[in-house]
Each structure stands twice: as structure tokens, then as C-alpha cells.
Design a protein around this ligand. Structure first.
Ligand code: ZN
Ligand code: ZN
Length: 280
């Protein structure tokens, strides 16, 4: 009785336009407001406050302010090399294979990258990896998932393998950035397609057995040597005859993905592709 009177009163004052939706939306807004009070949106690079009303959640704009975003965000669209995913000049055809891939093909069958490694992503990835700005993980995961369903819906994928870290590095960092970018893939797939995926995320079959030096500053040969025999398949049966997509954050010369692919193929995998967030 009291509730009806209150509803009527509020309607008279046009405070409550739709009673049916009121409790949920009110609650939602209150929780959001409360969250923003405790966890205000701040630019991950410069710390400037971001108005949540002006941005969609889990987007680059919700992580980086307008000024930092001015550095640019460069999604890789066609034309790109159909093998290694390298962004090509507009004059190239959509089926072009770049010179490097003709001269020395990678062990990875095809590489696809979300964005060019320049502009804001060049700051965003190290902030995520080395300063634990984990708010970026969700954004990267959504970008990667979108790329995954764009590039892989027509072909069969059996396993998604995030490039593993060496055990001491994993302990120091506390997380594997490649795994964080796919950990909700199954949930996202179910939301998107309304069914379970046929593939699995495999974090056990491939391990890193060599503590490699950071690749920064190394040339192609040094990178290759640094990564030599860095990976080991520990469960042959689970990768045998499988089509695998490796996941990594940055693809520079491809030495990491290539070495992992080599080990997987040597142990019986049928095909190895790579999907990465950024590519130089
Ligand atoms: Zn900023
Ligand atoms: Zn290429």
C-alpha cells in the first residue's frame, strides 16, 4: 500500500517514469556510482581522470585519456601479408605475400595482429606487462577476441595456447600476459554464439624451459638464438594432429612464435597459427 502511494507520488513529480525498470536500473546506477567513487577511471599512462559518461566501458578510451590517445591507435586492416600479417601499403592486393615470407617462410602458418605496434599501444602493452595495469587486460582481450572470430570462424581450431613464460618470470610478474588476454574467451564465445566452442584453451602442453634475455635491442639472428630450444612440449598426445593458435602480446621478428611452432610441429601438431595483439 505504502509502495503504491510512494510510486504514485513520485510519478506525479515525474521522478519515476517507469516503475517496472526502476529497481534494477536504480540499483545498477547506484552500484556504478559507488564503483566510480572507489575506483575512478584514470588514464593508465598519465593518471588524468576520465569521465565514465563519455566512454564505453572496456575500450581503449576508458583506459587512456584524450590527450594520450592522440598518439594514435592503428588497427591492422587489409591489405596485409596473408602469411605474417604485416601491414602493407594500400597499393598491394589482398592476397599478397611479403618479401620476407617468400625468402624465409615462418613455421607459423599464418599470423594475424590486431593493431600496429606504434602510437598508444606501444605504451599500453608495457604498462600492462611491467606495471601491472591490469585494467588494460580486459580491453586487450576483447580486441583479441574480435580478431579471433574475424580470422578463424571458417577454419577449424582445436587448441588456443598462450605463449608460456619461464617459471621464475611468471613468479616475478605474477601473471602471464598472454593468458590474461584469453582467459575469458570461452565465456565470450558462449555469449557471442550461444554455444560452447569446439576448441580449448591449453596452458599445460607447452612449457618454457629456458630463461631468455629480453629481446629488446637484439637483431633478428640474436633473437632467434636467444629463443632456441626455449619451449618444450610436455604432453604430446594433447597436441598431436591439432590445429593450434598461439597467443602473444607483441610480434616483432616472430622469433618467439616461430620457436614455439617449431616445437609443436616437431611433436605432431598439424598446423600452428599465431594471433597477437600488436605487430611491428
Ligand atoms: Zn593520459
Ligand atoms: Zn609476410
Amino acid at each position: 500500500m505504502f509502495e503504491r502511494k510512494l510510486t504514485h507520488l513520485l510519478r506525479c513529480f515525474k521522478i519515476l517514469p517507469n516503475f517496472k525498470t526502476w529497481p534494477v536500473s536504480f540499483l545498477k546506477k547506484s552500484i556504478q556510482g559507488f564503483e566510480q567513487l572507489i575506483y575512478p577511471l584514470k588514464c593508465l599512462k598519465c593518471g588524468t581522470y576520465i569521465d565514465p559518461k563519455l566512454v564505453r566501458p572496456h575500450t581503449m578510451e576508458a583506459c587512456f585519456c584524450d590527450i594520450c590517445m592522440k598518439d594514435g591507435f592503428f588497427p591492422i586492416e587489409t591489405p596485409y601479408c596473408i602469411k605474417c600479417g604485416l601491414k602493407l601499403h594500400q597499393n598491394f592486393s589482398e592476397n599478397h605475400v611479403c618479401e620476407a615470407c617468400i625468402k624465409k617462410p615462418l613455421k607459423v602458418e599464418k599470423v594475424r595482429a590486431v593493431v600496429e605496434y606504434k602510437g598508444i599501444i606501444k605504451d599500453a602493452i608495457p604498462l600492462f606487462k611491467y606495471s601491472s595495469k591490469l585494467a588494460a587486460a580486459k580491453v586487450f582481450e576483447l580486441l583479441l577476441f574480435q580478431a579471433f572470430i574475424n580470422h578463424y570462424k571458417q577454419m577449424s581450431v582445436d587448441l588456443i595456447i598462450p605463449i608460456p613464460l619461464y617459471k621464475t618470470k611468471l613468479r616475478e610478474r605474477g601473471f602471464n600476459q598472454a593468458f590474461l588476454m584469453v582467459r575469458n574467451f570461452i565465456k565470450l564465445y558462449e555469449q557471442h554464439f550461444g554455444q560452447n566452442p569446439l576448441w580449448e584453451i591449453d596452458t599445460n602442453s607447452l612449457i618454457r624451459i629456458k630463461k631468455t634475455e629480453p629481446q629488446t635491442g637484439f637483431d633478428i639472428e640474436q633473437r632467434k638464438n636467444n629463443l632456441k630450444k626455449a619451449f618444450q612440449v610436455v604432453d604430446k598426445n594433447s597436441i598431436k594432429t591439432k590445429n593450434i593458435v598461439l597467443i602473444d602480446d607483441v610480434f616483432t621478428t616472430g622469433a618467439t612464435c616461430n620457436e614455439a611452432a617449431l616445437e609443436l610441429l616437431k611433436n605432431g601438431a598439424n598446423r600452428v597459427d599465431a594471433l597477437v595483439l600488436a605487430r611491428t
